[in-house]
Design a protein around this ligand. Sequence first.
Ligand code: J2J
Length: 541
Amino acid sequence: SDTRVPLRQVWPDEFVARYRAAGHWRGETLPGFLRERAERYADDLAVVSHDARWTYAQLWREAGRIGAGLLARGLRPGDRVVVQLGNTPEFISVVWGLFRAGLIPVYALPAHRITEIAHFARKAEASAYITVERHEGFDCRGLARELRAEVPAVREVVIVGEAEEFTALAALDGDPAALPADPDPQSVAFLQISGGSTGLSKLIPRTHDDYLYSFRASNEICGIGRDSAYMVALPAAHNFPMSSPGWLGALYAGARVVLSPGPGPDAAFPLIARERVTCVGLVPPLALLWADAAAKTPHDLSSLRVVQVGGAKLVPEAARRVVAGLGCTLQQVFGMAEGLVNYTRLDDAEELILNTQGRPISPDDEVLVVDDHGNPVPEGQTGYLLTRGPYTIRCYHNDEAANARSFTEDGYYRTGDVVQRLPGGYLVVQGRATDHINRAGEKISAEEIEDHLLAHPAVFDAAVVSIPDEYLGERSCAFIIPRGEKPRAPALKAWMRERGLAAFKVPDQIVFVDAFGTTAVGKVSRRELRAQLREKFLAGQ
Ligand code: J2J
């Protein structure tokens, strides 16, 4: 019998009825739509990287081999599989292999290390882990060994490349006739990773129906059609390049997905020229880097029609530089892996494109902007953003405490973002209610990093805050009260990395202090403390 926490994502009946009646939920599934495309566009290119070109038929066949091979290795439909792959065609074939086999991908980022991977494997109660032999010099098989030791329930490891004691992706083999029928469109298709605003990252169960709606509707808004070429420059496992409209949207449209091996102009520009890329999604610091590099590049970028920027706030001045530098339509994207995505529309007035983060995808996205007491604020005023709708989750997986905190009684998701709503529903992101650092689009929980720092014997107390950074938007700064002899900052950073944490979570800056010397009387909350330290630091700059 299965003792695992069931995968579920449920909307109340009246919402299900409404979303179906409106045509948002159409009963399509991820394996179902790709099968149809593989028949219709069999010989058209689906996935292109710097050294591979796969047609729709090839992608579908590869997915079948992988899915059947995993079932032949003893995995069962419903099993969860942590996937950690870079921007390679194998990432896409593995994901569809899992979908075809009824297995549930759990999307890790290449930057994650044992601490994060073990957390995902435990929370998801995963049975398998799929990774690559090396990623940018890092030995992922070593990580797989640590994972097997820490979480023995992960009984199967599949490696892209040289597998050593594990199973090679290339060796998977099975009878595609053994693959199950397409899943229930309302069932959970995968677990996405949350930005982790408080504590460790949470797992986000998304259904076929809800996710398909989000990227099908995004295609329309972003102008993705059969002749489009969508470039994945950010990590392909991130929700933005996956679904807004991302590589899933591109495949849904029968378009081409172009995988850039890295996010920088060096990797991306030659591919844009060669493949005539029409659309790409970037985070603000990258968009600025691209805009500067475009003036100097010998590569032809004239095919680019839309550059999307999201994941962190793009201030108006930066938006102007992106438009001037890349000379194509800018689209601001304000989204979240939990659901709600806002876009400026391609034909919006420049005023809106430069100054707002867009408006929701769907007429059925419900957006509330509320004050500290949960009461709606007048239009144009700033408040906390709450939302529910046809592609916004109602609960996290296997995390009752987070669910109690993150959702209202009537099912709104508390985004943690502080926004201003303008006429027409356009949103301007003004800040946030939760203590995380948005480092170039990578979200870092202050609490999670403090917990790690407190495990160091020479750290008496630690408070982690965000500091404005010209390039990254924000960087992380750890205030530390030492215990006994003060450790050296580089040694402390190295120690953090050795704990097996994603490198982007290691504090950018460390400031040693004797005390947190708060001015407030009595006990202050961690939040207030972080705010005070941040203000004092900024005042001293
Ligand atoms: C300010 N803050 C933003 C923006 C996200 C599309 C685009 C982005 C994400 C994403 C995504 C922002 N301006 N334009 O999943 O499908 C911050 C907010 C938000 C959090 C979500 C997509 N765009 N943010 O970034 O789950 O604080 O998703 O709540 O990683 O990023 O982070 P994440």
